[in-house]
Write a protein that binds this ligand. Structure first.
Ligand SMILES: Nc1ncnc2c1ncn2[C@@H]1O[C@H](COP(=O)(O)OP(=O)(O)OP(=O)(O)O)[C@@H](O)[C@H]1O
Ligand SMILES: [Mg+2]
Ligand SMILES: [Mg+2]
Length: 451
């Protein structure tokens, strides 16, 4: 589904697969968009859907109804009629089927079969650091595959929020529609970045890592709860608000030695190892005094100052590296003098990393885990994992793998040139002609988007 056309007369283009057993029968339609509505489906998930008008034909009667568009690929019935679509003078008999006779699919038999048209994608890389290794690699990998990729500085996007025509402005100019967005959102831009991503999603763009997934992985408390709920191994972790609970916190993780982590920590800066109970109490009290948010965690000694970064793309670990802390240091962060090398991971580590990325809802994730006596333990899941270390150590084209995964996810709409179907829905016969302006983000970026 993709919106197109002018602001005051927006349309939506979509593809239907009317025959469940024959997905190659594909019909492209376009119709005026009459509304967008939040619809809660039978599985309880709500979704913002395009609304169009169409004629329904039952028992020789025709009348107009409103249809909301959604992906029902996995459903037995490709269309449901709601109670507002069923008019006066109609009786539904739940004990009977096919009262109006069965309709065959014959009507589609002479419909031309089409292969989906592969066309270059228009990709936005949302980053404040267009010149860092990861951003440049992603742009190059996209361009090498014939796509158009632009760096869009998250901080310079502004939004017009309205129902039918969601718009994003960049330095005051309206951005063209993008097919796909690669978010590379730094920690200090999480909230605004998420809003920008949601806005791109409203325009119909495919989002590599959805806003909610980025939010979940950034919120360490929530992330740990999600991992626990998915039954994924992690170091025992505790958090508390009241200073009275220091003792409980220490007991909850099995006593000292333990690790205290500032929630805002990056690059290992706010991660402290307390060897004894006394030390643990002082560190916790000190962090409390500073009104810092922190978690207390069991120290996984047997990890020996090493952690494993598993790079997950589309439910597969595509590369992994081991980071080893320097001598006398338990934190393996490269910024703390750690070294990285390629590593072969076990099937259990592989499936744990994949599960962790899935629990967060991330298509692309950097999953960090420790090797413990009781199997892999997840430390964290990063939503904008850096590419430099992992590509250097694994010698893999991770950026290329990401772009290829994206190609497989973005449904490019094929446009039949010939046939027109009668009725309210017309097959559109020409692609929308939008001029593409290439916008180069400039200016100094103040933060690392990749982690
Ligand atoms: N519970 C633990 N047991 C043993 N080692 C740990 C534990 N927690 C963290 N470490 C070590 O400390 C390093 C830093 O911890 P962590 O990754 O949680 O925080 P961070 O690096 O500051 O966060 P970010 O990776 O987002 O920058 C880890 O890479 C790991 O080597
Ligand atoms: Mg880390
Ligand atoms: Mg992190």
């Amino acid at each position: 589904m993709e919106p197109f056309g002018p602001d005051d007369a927006p349309q939506v283009r979509f593809v239907i697969h009317p025959i469940p057993s024959q997905p190659d029968v594909e019909i492209t339609c376009a119709a005026p968009a009459v509304d967008r509505r939040e619809v809660t489906s039978s599985n309880g998930e709500s979704e913002l859907r395009w609304v169009i008008e169409a004629m329904v034909d039952v028992g020789g009667r025709q009348w107009p109804i409103e249809l909301t568009l959604t992906n029902r690929e996995s459903m037995n019935y490709r269309m449901l009629l709601g109670r507002t679509a069923i008019r006066d003078g109609i009786v539904v008999n739940p004990a009977d089927s096919y009262v109006q006779g069965k309709i065959g699919y014959k009507v589609y038999s002479d419909y031309p079969r089409q292969k989906p048209v592969k066309r270059p994608l228009r990709i936005a890389i949302l980053t404040r650091e267009p010149t860092n290794y990861s951003s440049k690699r992603l742009k190059k990998a996209a361009e090498d595959r014939g796509h158009v990729a632009e760096m869009i500085n998250t901080a310079r996007c502004s939004m017009g929020i309205n129902t039918l025509s969601p718009a994003i402005y960049y330095d005051g100019r309206r951005l063209p529609r993008f097919d796909a967005v690669i978010p590379r959102i730094g920690a200090s831009m999480t909230n605004y970045g998420m809003a920008v991503i949601r806005q791109f999603a409203m325009t119909g763009a495919y989002i590599l890592n959805p806003a909610a997934a980025i939010g979940a992985s950034r919120d360490k408390l929530y992330a740990h709860q999600l991992l626990a709920r998915a039954g994924i191994g992690m170091p025992s972790t505790a958090f508390a608000h009241s200073p009275k609970d220091t003792k409980t916190l220490i007991e909850l993780v099995g006593g000292a030695p333990l690790v205290v982590k500032l929630l805002e920590s990056t690059q290992g800066r706010g991660v402290v190892l307390a060897d004894t109970k006394k030390a643990a109490e002082s560190v916790i009290d000190a962090f409390r005094g500073l009104e810092a948010n922190f978690i207390v965690q069991e120290f996984v000694k047997e990890a020996g100052g090493a952690d494993i970064r598993c790079f997950v793309v589309g439910g597969k670990v595509v590369a992994a590296m081991k980071r080893q802390a320097s001598a006398d240091e338990f934190r393996s962060n490269l910024h703390r003098g750690g070294t990285a090398e390629a590593v072969k991971i076990t099937p259990e580590e592989r499936s744990t990393a994949v599960k962790a990325a899935k629990a967060m809802g991330l298509s692309v994730a950097g999953v960090d885990l420790l090797r413990s006596n009781s199997g892999p333990k997840i430390l964290e899941v990063n939503s904008s994992p850096g590419l430099e270390g992992i590509e250097r150590t694994s010698e893999k084209d991770v950026a290329g793998i990401i772009i290829e995964y994206m190609e497989s996810q973005v449904q490019t709409v094929s446009l039949p040139r010939t046939s027109r179907r009668k009725g309210a829905l017309k097959a559109s016969d020409a692609p929308e002609n939008t001029e593409l302006k290439v916008i180069e983000a400039s200016g100094k970026a103040s933060e690392e988007a990749g982690e």
